[in-house]
Design a protein around this ligand. Structure first.
Ligand SMILES: NC(=O)c1ccc[n+]([C@@H]2O[C@H](COP(=O)([O-])OP(=O)(O)OC[C@H]3O[C@@H](n4cnc5c(N)ncnc54)[C@H](OP(=O)(O)O)[C@@H]3O)[C@@H](O)[C@H]2O)c1
Length: 326
């Protein structure tokens, strides 16, 4: 497995996202914790070191599974987790809290569930409009000084927030959506990250499964699957987005690999500072996604993929769009 650098943190260039192990944004049927643990073990066996979770996944369930799976294998993994969506202040309806007191409570819970004494990469999950970023990163910098956190990350932060945060403590990684169907990051964010020496962790690198080519009509998405509410999986947008995936499928057939592997191989070809975290809770899919590390695309194939028109439709529903710092 080749590696990527997120600031000074080295990670496998294909990681593993564990959100789908938790029931958050549930897709593809019921949870199976034993299979989730096996999927993490298989990833480690195949050289994946970068395991991504968050306290809000479940909530808590994804971190618990990761903690269970890494028992006895802690040193093989770079654990990335996140705070700041949940508020621990006692008001069950409160969200988006990156106040110092909330971070202090959150980190102790995450360490306990993850069965570890340190978090390798600790992200603010969403920017908190009520707490200045300097205060938030100042608190995380204290956790670094205490040895509870090794590296600091941001998720869905704007260029201005990134600069302000980086001035308080070096930021190692930004997490945002990046894939063949979501390329907004290329215009402003990626050049800024490169200027500051910050790595990029593309989330949803498979377009929530769409880019795997396995879903051919909106009707195939089962009831209860959250993608039924995602604008890109609905009606005319879905049909238009099939054009993109058909081209990915054509290149996959030419190379003799799967569409998911093409989507990941294209991403890692964008630079050694890019480390996608495809999400799966199934051993076979972890094997398929991880094998993208060995897929080499020709200059012509990369050019064809670069030239594809990104997806039609907003990447989130209105509420989730409104949580993004722009
Ligand atoms: N920072 C943030 O705000 C944020 C937001 C979203 C996600 N994330 C992180 O990014 C990770 C990945 O994102 P994501 O889960 O939204 O999207 P994704 O990686 O683009 O796609 C995952 C979906 O595709 C399915 N899948 C995975 N590999 C497959 C394959 N080879 N063939 C067919 N289907 C496949 C998975 O189902 P199964 O699990 O059933 O295999 C799951 O439904 C998450 O786990 C999480 O760690 C972060």
């Amino acid at each position: 497995m080749q590696h990527a650098m997120l600031g000074r943190q080295r990670v496998s260039r294909i990681g593993l996202g564990t959100m789908s192990m938790s029931g958050t944004l549930l897709s593809g049927g019921a949870l199976d914790d034993a299979e989730s643990v096996r999927a993490i073990h298989r990833a480690l066996d195949l050289g994946v070191t970068h395991i991504d979770t968050a306290e809000s996944y479940g909530p808590f369930h994804s971190e618990e599974i990761v903690g269970r799976a890494l028992e006895g294998r802690r040193d093989q993994a770079v654990i990335a987790t996140k705070f700041g969506i949940l508020s621990h202040g006692g008001d069950a309806t409160a969200m988006f809290d990156s106040s110092p007191a909330n971070i202090r409570t959150a980190v102790e819970g995450s360490l306990k569930r993850l069965r570890t004494d340190r978090i390798d990469l600790y992200y603010q999950h969403r920017v908190d409009r009520n707490t200045p970023i300097e205060e938030t990163i100042g608190t995380v910098a204290e956790l670094v000084a205490e040895g509870k956190v090794l590296h600091v990350g941001l998720s869905e932060a704007s260029p201005d927030t990134i600069r302000r945060a980086h001035a308080v403590h070096p930021i190692s990684a930004l997490q945002t959506e990046y894939s063949l169907w979501t390329r907004d990051v290329e215009a402003k964010l990626l050049p800024l990250l490169r200027e500051l020496g910050i790595g990029l962790v593309p989330y949803s690198p498979l377009g929530h499964g769409f880019l795997t080519g396995g879903i051919r009509a909106p009707e195939e998405i089962p009831e209860g699957d959250w993608r039924k509410t995602n604008p890109r999986f609905i009606g005319e947008a879905f049909r238009q987005n099939l054009r993109l995936v058909d081209e990915v499928r054509a290149i996959a057939a030419e190379v003799g690999v799967t569409p998911a592997q093409i989507a990941l191989a294209w991403l890692v070809a964008q630079g050694g500072d890019i480390a996608p975290i495809p999400g799966s809770r199934r051993v076979a899919r972890v094997e398929e996604n991880t094998a993208a590390d060995g897929v080499v695309l020709t200059a012509g194939q990369l050019h064809r993929l670069d030239s594809l028109t990104p997806a039609t439709g907003a990447r989130h529903d209105d509420f989730n769009e409104s949580t993004i710092d722009r």
